[in-house]
Ligand binder design. Structure first.
Ligand SMILES: Cc1ncc(COP(=O)(O)O)c(C=O)c1O
Length: 490
């Protein structure tokens, strides 16, 4: 199916559509000024009528539908943004999150009156621990990056509790997501970057040489950002532990592993999940996120408060934890996201979770196999994403950016580009499991078509996109002289 083009028409503001008296809803007659003055103090009375657009309901609908066509979204077509896992988010998740008992629950509700919500949080935590092979969990962090921060603070607290204060360094491979070094630096550690091996995996000899009495932790992304499974993870964990450090795993890419590999079984001490990637809670404008952190028993005392615990057949928030690193988020984190992830996992069950990961890996490899002759993969095929290079097109004057822009004309979101940094002219493609074979073929055909265009009519590619509401910007001018004021026509 060819997706419909993005709406190229200028869309007026809803206020510009407004015409006096054109409202579509009969609202109750306002009370008289005199009656209002009897009911409310003078300072609380409004002086002017509210500035609301007067448009009938169908115009409101058309306005917002039109706006939704101005941008690409996962409900429209494939969104193969590598490292972001833009899978389709089932609508049943939304139905569950909107149940009044969840959506209208006040965060100050006493434990006794919100047993269902606490049970959901506790059960989701147990499922995630099971998927990760871990012993304890906090669901508080609001993003993957905040999960990393939590994990590194837990590791710092662990070393401190043992009087081991010389450990000031965190080792991170050059294939890591940018949030890893940022997290370690923000937590006060010195970041030691190490080079990956030619397969794009952690180099054991380099790791061995970098480890020392100053190492607090190693942060490993698995599968890593070139889409490769770190096959040496068990050995890595052993080297790290022998050096007295702990192994943190960035588990944002668990979409490739869930139900197949449990990080805790390979020696990982702490990890985060991205519910907004792996467990189908919305992100990319639809957030907020959620980045639960699961740990092994030795890190449990330091977890943020409150934890949701089970006491007999009741659930409670536990605050009295003397070694806790404290609180990381208001109340208990983004509860609505927990409801969505709970729904997703319970709909799939253990077999569905495993099949999801297998399909994600199969889909990425299918795309890789179809396009790799034109778009080589410097580190070979991988797991849930394929990382190609656009360097063959440079001789025609076509850059990866141009290929990404041209994809927009064919109704696709572009893949992630120029990341990871260790791949020149990188195109990082993550189709996810929620793409049919037809859609994967259409995407692969389009990539091959763009390759042909780049070779035969490069100016067609370098001038793209042609079918979007706006084409290319002068990005430097936009940054230096931003003009963000809308000129109101009404
Ligand atoms: C591998 C990896 N680590 C960390 C993150 C950071 O997660 P967040 O954007 O939720 O902070 C991402 C985000 O996509 C990621 O792909």
């Amino acid at each position: 199916m060819q997706p419909f083009p993005l709406s190229p028409f200028p869309t007026p503001l809803i206020f510009e559509r407004s015409k006096p008296g054109r409202g579509g809803t009969r609202v109750p007659k306002p009370i008289t000024a005199k009656r209002a003055a009897d009911l409310l103090p003078a300072a609380a009375l409004r002086r002017d009528p509210p500035h609301l657009p007067e448009v009938p309901e169908f115009e409101v609908m058309r306005h917002f539908v039109e706006l939704s066509l101005k941008n690409h979204h996962v409900d429209r077509a494939l969104y193969p943004l590598g490292s972001c896992t833009m899978k389709y988010n089932p609508k049943v998740n939304e139905d569950m999150a909107r149940l009044p008992g969840f959506a209208a629950l006040h965060p100050f509700t006493p434990d006794v009156a919100c047993q269902g919500a606490l049970r959901l949080i506790h059960t989701l935590g147990e499922w995630l621990m099971d998927i990760g092979g871990m012993d304890a969990i906090t669901l508080q962090p609001a993003a993957g990056a905040q999960g990393e921060m939590t994990g590194i603070l837990l590791i710092a607290a662990y070393h401190r509790s043992r009087g081991d204060t010389a450990r000031q360094t965190v080792i991170i491979p050059d294939s890591a997501h940018g949030t890893n070094p940022a997290t370690a630096a923000l937590a006060g550690f010195v970041v030691k970057a190490i080079k990956s091996d030619p397969r794009g995996q952690m180099d054991l000899a380099t790791l061995k040489a970098a480890l020392g009495p100053d190492t607090a932790a190693v942060m490993l992304t698995n599968p890593n950002t070139v889409g490769r499974f770190e096959t040496g993870v068990v050995e890595i964990a052993k080297l790290v532990h022998d050096a007295g450090a702990l192994l943190y795993m960035d588990g944002a890419n668990m979409n490739a592993l869930m139900g197949v590999v449990r990080p805790g079984d390979s020696g990982v001490d702490a990890m985060h999940f991205n519910l907004h990637k792996t467990f189908s809670t919305p992100h990319g404008g639809g957030g907020p996120g959620s980045g639960p952190v699961a740990v092994k028993r030795h890190l449990e005392p330091f977890l943020p408060v409150p934890l949701v615990v089970k006491q007999g057949d009741r659930y409670a928030r536990e605050w009295d934890r003397p070694q806790t690193i404290g609180k990381l988020h208001g109340y208990f984190g983004n509860f609505g996201m927990m409801v969505r992830a709970y729904t997703y996992i319970s709909m799939l069950g253990p077999d569905g979770i495993r099949e999801t990961a297998q399909a994600a890996v199969l889909n990425a490899n299918y795309v890789a196999a179809r396009i790799e002759k034109k778009y080589p993969m410097p580190f070979g095929r991988g797991m849930h994403e394929c990382v190609a290079t656009g360097t063959p097109f440079k001789v025609f004057g076509v850059k990866t950016l141009d290929i990404a822009k041209r994809l927009l004309d064919y109704g696709f979101h572009a893949p992630t580009i120029y990341f990871p940094l260790i791949v020149p002219e990188a195109l990082m493609i993550e189709p996810t499991e929620t793409a049919t074979r037809d859609e994967l073929d259409r995407f692969a055909d389009t990539m091959l078509q763009i390759a042909k265009e780049a070779e035969e009519q490069p100016e067609l590619v370098t001038g793209a996109p042609y079918l979007t509401p706006v084409s290319r910007f002068d990005e430097a001018a936009a940054a230096r002289n931003p003009n963000v004021r809308y000129t109101f026509a009404g």
